[in-house]
Design a binder for this molecule. Sequence first.
Ligand code: UDP
Length: 485
Amino acid sequence: MGSAEGHQLHAFFFPLMAQGHLIPFVDLARVFSSHGIKVTIITTPLNARLFSNTIDRDKQLGLDISVQLIPFPSEEAGLPQGYENAGSFPNFPAVISKFINALSLFQRPFEDLLQEHRPDFVVADMCFHWVTDVSAKLGISSLIFHGTCFFSLCVSDNFIRYTPHENIKSETDTFVVPGLPDQIELTMSQLSDHLKKPTDFGKMMERVKESERRSFGILVNSFYELEPAYADHYRKVIGMKAWHVGPVSLSNGGIAYKSERGNRAFFDEHACLSWLDSKKPNSVLYVSFGSMTRFTAAQLLEIAMGIEASGQPFIWVLRVNDEDAEQRRITEEFEEKIERRGLIIRDWAPQILFLDHPAMGGFVTHCGWNSTLESLTAGVPMITWPLFAEQFYNEKLVTQVLKVGVSVGAMEYQRIGGEKALVKRKDIKKAVEQLMGGGEEADQMRIRAREFKKMAERALEEGGSSYADVTALIEELRLYPRPAV
Ligand code: UDP
C-alpha cells in the first residue's frame, strides 16, 4: 500500500548529540518541515533545550514540527548526569568512548517510538547506523545524514576501495588518493588512526558503510553547483543514492534564528555588531575552531601572537580550560593588550550571524564541514587549519578544488588526548597576510567565494538545485510502497 497522494508525510529526525551534527540536523529537519512534512525531532532533554526557541518560533509560523524527548541512558552508560552532548565534556578524552558506547543504548527506546508513531520515513545520523535495520523491520524507509560533503564522502570511499596508504612507510611522504576527479594528495600524518589500525571508531564506520547500502539513501548538506564532479562521482561511480539538500544553515533567516542557533552566546551582541559596523568591508578575521576543539596553552599563545602580528582586526571565539592557570594567564593578558583592535568571545558565538556581516573578510577555520559551508554561504574565503575527522579532506576541497582558501600548513591529525606539533605564529601571520593583505590571488579567492554565496542562496530557493532534490526525494518517498500496519 503506497502513501495516498495528499497524505501529509511524517518523518522522524534523529541527530547525534554533538553540536556539529545536531545543529545541521535541526536545520535539515526544518528544511523538510518547510516542504510540508510533519517533522518530529528525537533527542534528549538537555539537547532539546539548545534549539527549543527555534522550534517554538517555527511553530508560531505554522510549521508542523515538534520534539520528542528520549532520556539519555547516563547510568547504564556509566556517564555522569548531564553529559548528554559530546561538545560539553570538560574531560573529553576520558569519557568519549563511554559516550560512543551509549549510542547503541538508544536502540530500544527508538524502536518503541517507531512502533508507536509509525512515521513514513526516518532520517538518522550515521552514528545511529542500526536505525536502518530497525526501521526496515517495520517497513519504514530510512535515510542517513553524515554531515559532510560529497568530496569527503568520495575520498573516504576511495580509501576503502584502493587503500592507497597501505604501503606508505613515512608519516610525511605524500601519496595520491586514486580514482577521484582531481589529483588529491595527503600524508599519513593527516589520517585518522582508524585507517592505520583497528579501532572502535573504525568498526563503527564499517557498520555505517554496511547500513548505507541497505538504507533508502544519503542526505548531503551541500549543493550541486559547489562540487558537481564529486556529486556525480558519488552517485554514478561509487553508486550511492544521494540527495543534496543544503546549505541547510540558510533555513535560519533573520537575526533571532541566527543568534540562537545551536546555543546562546553570553556577550553583548549589539556591541559586537556595532564594532563590526565600524570596520571596513572584508577587513575582519573570524577565528573559530568549531564546537569541540580545545587547544593547549602553548597553541593558544601562538594563535594570539600570530593574530596580533598580522595587525588585522579580528573576532576570536576562545575556549579555555578554566582549570589550566597558564591558559587563563595567556588569554587574559592578550585580552587586556588588544583593547578594541579585536574581540574575544568566550565559548560560543553566533557564527552565521557574524559571518554574514559585510566587514567579515576571512575565516580561520578547522574545516569542520558546517563551518566550511557556512563560510562559503556567506561568501567569506578561508584560512584552513584542519585538526581531526574528515577536516584534512575538506581542506583540499577548499584550497585545491574550489580555490577559496589559504592553508596554514597543519600537517598532523589531532588524536583524542594526544600531543601534536604546534602551528607556529609565523605561519599564522603568513597565511593571514596572504588572504587579507590584498593582491591578485586573494582577490580572486574573494570573488569566487562571493559567487558560491550567490549559488548557495539560489540552490535552496524554489527552482534551485537543492530545493528540487528535496522535492524529488519527498515525491519518491510518497510513492514508495509501505506494508499495511
Ligand atoms: N558554532 C557556532 N558558534 C560557535 C562554534 C560553533 O555557531 O562558537 C556552530 C557552527 O556555526 C557550526 C557548528 O557549530 O554550525 C560546528 O560544526 P563544524 O562542522 O564546523 O565543527 P565541529 O564542531 O563539528 O568540529
